[in-house]
Design a protein around this ligand. Structure first.
Ligand SMILES: Nc1ncnc2c1ncn2[C@@H]1O[C@H](COP(=O)(O)OP(=O)(O)OP(=O)(O)O)[C@@H](O)[C@H]1O
Ligand SMILES: [Mg+2]
Length: 258
């Protein structure tokens, strides 16, 4: 059973944090499984949270910048189709870590049209995730990538929200836009992050109000001082203790998906 699980939501609600807790859970449960992590957020990066230092030239954005320059200077070989070159670059961008692979999208800098490159990238990433049992995608905070219909092969969409009006507003917008552009998912989950116990019920009510059987309440994670500390000190969140209560809660929640 191949799963492509994407984390989306308003900026700063905890997409990256919950993705890394999920990753820890999978590694613990199925150590030998093939996992790909796609960091498609050009601003924030998972690498920081898991204590990796990834250089811009190793990101897709970095590779595409070089490619664009070559196209402009007409330095590309004429006998190789451009999409093959892009595909090759994507495969070269896979960073193989000990227990999983990671692809960092990085930012596409500078002026000029990236439309062609982006459309090829979309397909390559869909193809690439077929080689992995589990693909975890950290989405950018905005809604724009949904409008562009990236993530057509996502099986599980997790919408993360904090206990705020704006977090919930973004959740509803994501659901509207994915419907408008006809993006389909096997499952749509809502995850509350930094939620105090007394507001959990409110989140469940908000989900009921959507009147959409397809959208399910995944659970809530509390605010956690140890998570803040790991983040501030730049420590690898994958090393958070087994005894951490939020991690224990996360495992229970994520077992609904896998
Ligand atoms: N449950 C939690 N307890 C304590 N701190 C948390 C928790 N969840 C997230 N944080 C902190 O909140 C900040 C934002 O979290 P995170 O980077 O995961 O959000 P994000 O949605 O990925 O943000 P962005 O939209 O910028 O990518 C980080 O400093 C993180 O350590
Ligand atoms: Mg993030």
């Amino acid at each position: 059973m191949k799963k492509v699980i994407s984390f989306s939501g308003k900026g700063g609600v905890g997409k990256t944090t919950s993705l890394v807790l999920f990753l820890k859970y999978i590694l613990e449960k199925n150590g030998h499984i093939n996992i790909l992590v796609i960091d498609s957020d050009p601003d924030a990066n998972i690498a920081d949270v898991i204590g990796q230092n990834i250089h811009f030239s190793d990101t897709i954005g970095g590779k595409m910048k070089v490619l664009k320059e070559k196209i402009q200077k007409r330095q590309l070989p004429l006998d190789v189709p451009k999409n093959q070159i892009i595909e090759g670059d994507v495969y070269k961008s896979i960073i193989e870590l000990d227990k999983f692979d990671i692809i960092e999208m990085g930012r596409t800098e500078g002026e000029g049209c990236y439309c062609y490159i982006n459309s090829v990238l979309k397909n390559v990433i869909d193809t690439l995730s077929k080689n992995y049992e589990i693909t975890l995608i950290d989405s950018p905070a905005g809604l724009e990538h949904f409008a562009r219909k990236t993530g057509r092969n996502v099986t599980d969409l997790i919408i993360v929200t904090d206990p705020s009006k704006m977090g919930l507003h973004t959740m509803r917008r994501i659901l509207e836009i994915t419907k408008e552009v006809n993006l389909r998912f096997e499952n749509i989950w809502v995850l509350g992050n930094r939620f105090p116990d007394n507001l959990t019920e409110n989140l469940e009510k908000e989900i009921e109000k959507l009147n959409d059987d397809h959208v399910k309440f995944l659970g809530v994670l509390p605010n956690d001082d140890e998570i803040s500390e790991f983040n501030m000190k730049g420590e690898n969140l994958l090393n958070i203790s087994q005894d951490n209560l939020t991690y224990q809660k996360a495992k229970e929640i994520f077992s609904k998906i896998l």
